[in-house]
Design a protein around this ligand. Structure first.
Ligand SMILES: Cc1cc2nc3c(=O)[nH]c(=O)nc-3n(C[C@H](O)[C@H](O)[C@H](O)COP(=O)(O)OP(=O)(O)OC[C@H]3O[C@@H](n4cnc5c(N)ncnc54)[C@H](O)[C@@H]3O)c2cc1C
Length: 429
């Protein structure tokens, strides 16, 4: 007899969403999570000096995605609106309206013909305002964490449509994203859901109505058997298990997964959270800027903690620039961040260093349990995600941000929806 009804691999938002739904419908669940904490790419920390939480993974709620907003409200958490005023650093030409410019370029370049976004941008170069295409390219690399020679134009258009449907406003969770995970887990009945932390699934063997998983624990190996499984592994970790030929593999690897997974890409992004002795960017207690954009810096975009007046600045880099920084020691990453900040705000780096009190970063690309920040779709990704959302043999189903559909990949709300959908699919199959 199987150990449990459903094995859920991974305890990020997708895994917890699947478990919550399965348990609510009477299934027994075992969640196996390789980290010694819950949440995956939601990772909130707290500094004693700060009232606000520090987000090392997801930070914003983009728009008002209905399922996520309902969950946040049901768990008694508070959404705080982030003023989204974008501007260039001092002494630089003004920033175009990036969303409007992007919409124009997608239309001018016929995004419905699926091809790399870099190609589409090349064709439209020279149209519009001087520097507009370059500014849009920088924005896309940063926001989508994407290499534009790989990002597919239809996937991008789908992401943009999802953004328009969910709304353009931006919020944070006052208590931090980590509180969402804590309260979400607390509502899952522990009598029906066992969570095993610090245990890594190294192989999945499955057949009709049975899944056997090999699991590496802190002091050896074990096995978990189940009637069905929801697999929420981050994209590169999943691809490795699907393509492996040795004992550490998904066996049998559905051939349609291999082709479909190749159209999806994992993006690189880094954030550096820097705490200062005072809000030097907003003297005299003013609000000051919210988002400030530079140019060629390693960390070209910076945002403040507004509406909070905490003396915090967050630097962001995504795409090839972020990939180039990955694997560097934390000190090198933070030095690059401080130098970028000095360049974007036209400040003296030594002066900034002496005012610096706290610094946080996390290299998600070097992290073996994510191997990137979040995914983006290549050419053909929309059809591939449709295929990947189908269960295999009624036994195994994929979930997680990378397979989230309707343009919601790369987000917490996409992971939530995909976990719930995976649970529903297992019921139906
Ligand atoms: C820096 C950064 C900023 C972001 N900003 C935002 C934002 O502002 N807004 C937003 O909506 N989204 C944001 N995201 C994206 C968002 O965090 C993710 O889309 C979402 O959290 C992914 O959830 P998931 O469950 O699909 O994957 P994960 O959270 O990665 O969960 C998968 C779990 O599987 C575990 N695992 C891996 N390998 C194994 C194994 N072999 N065995 C068992 N367990 C394993 C991992 O440890 C992990 O806990 C950001 C992400 C990053 C990295």
């Amino acid at each position: 007899m199987a150990d449990t009804d459903v094995l859920v691999v991974g305890a990020g938002m997708a895994g917890l969403a699947a478990a919550d739904r399965l348990v609510a419908r009477g299934r027994r669940v075992v969640i196996v999570e390789a980290r010694d904490r819950l949440g995956g790419r939601i990772h909130t920390t707290h500094a004693p000096e700060l009232a606000s939480p520090v987000e090392l993974g997801a930070e914003f709620v983009h728009g008002r995605p209905a399922e996520l907003v309902a969950l946040i409200e049901a768990l008694g958490l508070t959404l705080v609106a982030v003023p989204e005023r974008h501007r260039r650093g001092p002494g630089r030409p003004p920033l175009p309206d990036l969303r409007r410019s992007l919409a124009r370029l997608l239309e001018a370049g016929d995004a419905s013909h699926d091809r790399p976004v870099a190609e589409l941008l090349d064709e439209t170069r020279g149209t519009g305002e001087p520097g507009e295409v370059e500014a849009v390219a920088r924005y896309l690399e940063g926001f989508h964490a994407a290499d534009l020679s790989l990002l597919g134009s239809r996937s991008l258009a789908e992401n943009e449509n999802a953004g328009a449907e969910d709304g353009e406003d931006v919020h944070r969770i006052r208590e931090g994203y980590g509180a969402l995970i804590e309260r979400f887990v607390a509502r899952i009945d522990p009598a029906r859901c066992e969570i095993r932390l610090g245990q890594r699934v190294t192989a999945l063997h499955w057949g009709p109505r049975e899944v056997r998983s090999a699991v590496r624990t802190g002091n050896g190996r074990t096995e978990v058997t189940a009637r069905q499984a929801v697999v929420t592994l981050p994209l590169p970790v999943l691809c490795e298990l699907v393509e492996a030929t040795g004992p550490d593999a998904i066996d049998p690897a559905p051939p349609q997964w291999q082709t479909a997974l190749r159209t999806l890409r994992m993006g690189s992004a880094h954030r550096a959270v820097l705490g200062f002795d005072r809000r030097w960017w907003a003297p005299d207690g003013e609000n000051g800027p919210s988002f400030v954009h530079g140019g060629a810096e390693a960390f070209p975009v910076w945002w403040t903690a507004l509406p909070s007046h905490e003396a915090l600045l967050t630097g962001w880099t995504g795409g090839p620039r972020a990939a180039a920084l990955s694997g560097q020691p934390e000190g090198v990453m933070l030095r690059a961040a401080l130098e970028s900040l000095a360049s974007v705000f036209r400040r003296d780096v030594a002066e900034l260093r002496s005012a610096l009190r706290l610094a946080y970063t996390h290299d998600w690309t070097a992290d073996p349990l994510s191997r990137g920040a979040y995914s983006y779709g290549g050419v053909g990704a929309i059809e591939a995600r449709e295929l990947l959302a189908r269960p295999v043999g009624g036994t195994v189903v994929l979930a997680g941000e990378a397979v989230a559909r309707k343009g919601r990949n790369a987000t917490v709300h996409g992971a939530l929806a995909s976990g719930r959908e995976a649970a529903d699919t297992l019921f139906a199959s």
